[in-house]
Design a protein around this ligand. Structure first.
Ligand SMILES: *Cc1c(COP(=O)(O)O)cnc(C)c1O
Length: 362
């Protein structure tokens, strides 16, 4: 018997890898440092009583999508409705659905590196060719390079990530509009991944409209303290949302997830307070890093990318881990030599990180 071989085009593609290590201080995957408020658990338990477990869930997840539309209308500066919302199992599944609908074989998907690795990964796994242009030395988008890439390749999908993971930078509204114009001129669609959108000063949600080829994705994994829930969504034109429903599996959002997502949204004021706290911590940690022998990049997110000046990134990562602090090791990622990324945690966790860093760097 010979075993089946994975598709030829996937032979060299690796899976997602982020070590799940048991340590005191885990600041490596950009989660919220706090669980949802206790009242969330109480409200969720009550809501579970009304689920008809023997029936399939609402396939359209209408109530959840209505609630998302309502909460995001504020950030969008316009009244959104459920038909402009697509939700799925994590924003990764949202992005996968976009790739299934608009990418795939004989099409290309554009990224600007370094950026979130799952954009190119999901695009490849769904059969598209990935084309990329590098960001400039400060990780800002190089508009000339973007222009060349998009006009030459005419990608079906172009990804931006704002704030960008792992560099932290936020694209200006002008940059997003410029790229959107380019993307539309070749008949493509622009996805702005705003997994960390709530931590930044402005959002591409304002640009969403029926006559623009723009999708803005967000997630419950970071801001909403609910990484375990696996729930993400995008806001976009109604025609795109309806295209996405054509490719996603039927009943993809289970009843539990729909209920929990809706309950989480009832606590949006608490979530906003947590976001404000993390933004404050970001300022405090960045100021502390200024006094240490590291380079750092301005972040509009809940993490900071930095690079030690006096030792290799791998060594610093090891030493921090020995002291019980796990950060993300980006040292071997393309364009990020020696860089590490710290997720902002509780005040105590951030202090532990800073103390360990001072210790190691002398
Ligand atoms: C964490 C993250 C996501 C979230 O993915 P989920 O599947 O919603 O947990 C999406 N995009 C970026 C850039 C991220 O960093």
């Amino acid at each position: 018997m010979s075993r089946p071989k994975i598709r030829d085009d996937l032979a060299l593609v690796k899976g997602y890898h982020s070590p799940q290590v048991e340590v005191d201080v885990r600041l490596n995957t950009n989660e919220s440092p706090e669980p949802p408020p206790a009242e969330f658990n109480i409200a969720l338990r009550e809501r579970l009583d009304s689920i008809n477990w023997h029936r399939y869930p609402d396939r359209a997840a209408l109530e959840l999508r209505e609630s998302i539309a309502e909460v995001e209308s504020a950030a969008a500066g316009q009244a959104l409705d459920a038909d402009q919302v697509f939700a799925a199992n994590g924003s990764n599944e949202v992005l996968q659905s976009v790739c299934l609908a608009y990418g795939g074989a004989a099409r290309s998907v554009a990224t600007f590196e370094p950026t979130y690795a799952l954009h190119s990964h999901i695009a490849k796994v769904t059969g598209a060719e990935v084309i990329s242009a590098p960001r400039d030395a400060n990780f800002n988008l190089d508009l000339d390079a973007a222009n060349e890439l998009i006009t030459f390749w005419k990608p079906s999908i172009t990804f931006l990530c704002s704030p960008n993971n792992p560099t932290g930078g936020v694209e200006t509204a002008e940059t997003i509009e410029t790229v959107l114009d380019l993307v539309e001129s070749v008949g493509g669609i622009l996805v702005v991944d705003e997994a960390y959108g709530q931590f930044a000063a402005h959002s591409a949600l304002e640009l969403v409209s029926e006559d623009r080829s723009l999708l803005v994705s967000r997630t419950f994994s970071k801001t909403w303290s609910a990484a375990a829930l696996r729930l993400g969504y995008l806001i976009g034109p109604r025609w795109a949302v309806s295209d996405l429903f054509r490719v996603v599996l039927p009943y993809h959002l289970d009843a539990f997830k729909q209920a929990a997502g809706k309950v989480a949204l009832d606590f949006h004021h608490e979530m906003e307070a947590r976001v404000a706290f993390l933004v404050e911590e970001r300022g405090r940690v960045a100021a502390a890093l200024d006094d240490l022998p590291v380079d750092q990049w301005p972040s509009g997110s809940n993490f900071i990318l930095f690079r030690p000046r006096t030792m290799p990134g791998d060594e610093l990562w090891d030493r921090l881990l020995e002291s019980g602090v796990l950060v993300r090791n980006c040292a071997s990622w393309p364009g990020l030599t020696d860089c590490l990324r710290i997720t902002l945690g509780t005040r105590a966790e951030n202090d532990r990180f800073l103390a360990s860093l001072r210790d190691v760097l002398g």
